[in-house]
Design a protein around this ligand. Structure first.
Ligand code: PGA
Length: 235
């Protein structure tokens, strides 16, 4: 099974999200081969769930808090997300690490709390451009994933920071090396690739056998692009 996750980030109003999934669910998606997951903003999760609940499309949140309830103004717990129809949570996206100071420790707490509450975590990691240039990719990833060393069965997304929204992607063998490294380190892990996945590079990416799917940002905002990416991921 491959995963294709649409990370809409801070895009689409509730009605735009509803319109998108209403059209998407009418498409003949290869859903025995590809698990399609939409990650809209928090407020769109439940309205979108109402549209897709009888389909094989699933929902992810773009973030989650690690406490279960209490005085945490503005935060959302795993249980609340589950109650809204959400099955997955993207955790540790580089935009959260960089713009909202999320540390490896915070990310790990979010992972533990999500798992406990049966929300499936998708853990993001990846190096910055200077680190890539220095050849430090594996050592950065090693630090980012250190807390996960004794875990298994995790869905990860390898997202080089310099690749997000830039149109640049690593060389195919570099992606393959990182994925092999993570799969060796953490048993039974599933590793997606994210960062500028689009219709121009999806066929080449799909040739990397160890890739278990894609986390798609910009190209997931357009229905036709996203649908084609799902179809091409199944080939
Ligand atoms: P992008 O974003 O596809 O627009 O590069 C990917 C992501 O940040 O998850």
């Amino acid at each position: 099974m491959k995963y294709v996750v649409a990370n809409w980030k801070m895009n689409k109003t509730i009605s735009e999200g509803i319109e998108f999934v209403s059209m998407l669910k009418k498409e003949n998606l290869p859903d025995d081969i590809v698990k399609t997951i939409i990650a809209p903003s928090f407020i769109s999760i439940n309205p979108i769930f109402e549209i897709i609940k009888n389909t094989k499309i699933s929902l992810a949140s773009q973030n989650v808090f690690y406490e279960e309830e209490g005085p945490y103004t503005g935060e959302i717990s795993p249980l609340m997300l589950r109650s809204a129809g959400c099955e997955y949570a993207i955790i540790g996206h580089s935009e959260r690490r960089i713009l909202f100071n999320e540390s490896n420790e915070i990310i790990f707490k979010k992972y533990i709390s999500s798992k406990k509450n049966l929300l499936i975590p998708i853990i993001c990691f990846g190096e910055k451009y200077e680190e890539y240039k220095k050849g430090a990719t594996i050592s950065v990833i090693n630090d980012q994933l250190e807390l996960f060393n004794n875990e298994n069965n995790i869905i990860f997304a390898y997202e080089p920071v310099w690749s997000i929204g830039t149109g640049l992607i690593p060389k195919m063998n570099e992606i393959q090396n990182v994925i092999d490294y993570v799969k060796n380190k953490i048993k039974n892990s599933v590793v997606l690739y994210g960062g500028s996945v689009n219709l121009k590079n999806i066929e080449e990416l799909a040739k990397i056998e160890v890739i278990d799917g894609y986390l798609v940002g910009g190209a997931s905002l357009d229905l036709n692009n996203f649908k084609e990416i799902i179809i091409k991921s199944s080939c």
